[in-house]
Ligand binder design. Structure first.
Ligand code: NDP
Length: 331
């Protein structure tokens, strides 16, 4: 399959171009808002066609799918254009800046009969798949609580719009909390109902944008999930824990782009490591997307999954703003 890239982004350069090529697909064009950035990006990444017009890219009959990785406020319009042009769309999270827009994108794709997926890479990790298998297999009894540790140190080359531009989707919540939500939904097979949260404006923040957040998500089953997301934690370790009536699963170094980390089961028999055979998270996502386009499966994370993670992120933003428990609403 031939892909067009909408966005000359870091994530495309660092992970997604290789992922697309790894499954035998082709990256045939890239669009940037700047001609020189487009040309430079195309040259450095060996992409034949480049330009500044999304419309032109979408007119290319060879291109079947687009990967959208522009800044967050652009995802909605670019996705809708691509969907209307009959292209399959793999869109970065957050899908949009509000729930109504994301819901509109999901229903537009349904009507057009194209695959619309969200690039929530963490559910492609062997660690999270192992957690899901264990939880869904009843290994820890009834899951009652979860803890997500997703405090990282944002690398200098990413300290731009993410920490400065809340109007256009910057801030830690739409960047990281949405990933936590998707990962929890995937492992627990459960949906968020309401949230509470407090944010911090720390050393990386510009214009008061939140660069750390702590909060609690209540799920339909009654499970409470505590999360800590940050751009400013230089010496922290990531992880996720699922606490059940018959055991606890402790995963360390798993909230990451890298295929790594470990999962330990603790129960009445003691503790043991689960066997993991790590694979590239982005390659797995692209392969699933390609299979979905071929009609053989579903994408790893659908548009609806992206809608849920965004709705939860929006509720967390609101809860932090109002200091009140806030419902998660997807319509
Ligand atoms: P970048 O800042 O690298 O890229 C985003 C956009 O910024 C690009 O599309 C580009 O616009 C513009 N840009 C890049 N360099 C410059 C520059 N020098 N001057 C002006 N504009 C520039 O962001 P990321 O790659 O980190 O993130 C892109 C998207 O991917 C976001 O939505 C983010 O949430 C998501 N993401 C997802 C991850 C995942 O694992 N699923 C991980 C990281 C990010 P143009 O295209 O017009 O050139």
């Amino acid at each position: 399959m031939k892909w067009g890239l909408i966005g000359a982004s870091t994530i495309a350069k660092e992970w997604m171009i290789d992922a697309i090529r790894s499954i035998g697909d082709e990256v045939s064009a890239v669009v940037s808002a700047s001609e020189s950035r487009a040309e430079d990006f195309a040259k450095h990444n060996d992409i034949k066609k480049f330009g500044t017009s999304v419309e032109e890219l979408l007119l290319d009959p060879e291109i079947q799918a687009v990967y959208i990785s522009t800044q967050n406020h652009l995802h909605k319009e670019q996705s809708l254009k691509a969907i209307r042009a009959g292209k399959h769309v793999l869109c970065e999270k957050p899908l949009a800046l509000n729930v109504a827009d994301a819901a509109g994108m999901v229903s537009a794709a349904e009507k057009a009969g194209v695959v619309f997926a969200t690039n929530h890479h963490l559910r492609n990790a062997e660690s999270h798949k192992a957690l899901r298998r264990a939880v869904q297999g009843g290994v820890i009894g009834k899951p009652v609580a979860a803890r997500v540790f997703h405090a990282v140190s944002l690398p200098p080359h990413l300290q731009g719009w993410r920490v400065a531009d809340s109007e256009n989707g910057g801030g830690v919540i739409l960047d990281i909390t949405v990933h936590d939500t998707d990962t929890l939904r995937f492992i627990l097979n459960d949906d968020p109902v309401e949230v509470t949260a407090f944010t911090q404006v720390g050393e990386l923040s510009v214009n008061g944008v939140a660069d750390s957040v702590m909060g609690v998500i209540r799920f339909k089953s009654g499970l409470l999930a505590q999360f800590h997301d940050s751009f400013t934690a230089k010496y922290s370790e990531t992880g996720i824990e699922i606490i059940g009536t018959e055991g606890t699963l402790v995963a360390r170094n798993v909230m990451t782009q890298q295929p790594k980390g470990e999962v330990v089961l603790i129960n009445s028999e003691g503790s043991r490591k689960l066997i993991l055979e790590h694979v590239n998270l982005y390659e797995t996502g692209v392969r699933d997307f390609s299979e979905a386009v071929a009609g053989r499966s579903q994408p790893a994370a659908s548009g609806l999954d992206g809608l849920w993670s965004l709705a939860t992120g929006i509720a967390v933003v609101e809860a932090a703003r109002t200091c009140k428990a806030t419902p998660v609403v997807i319509r």
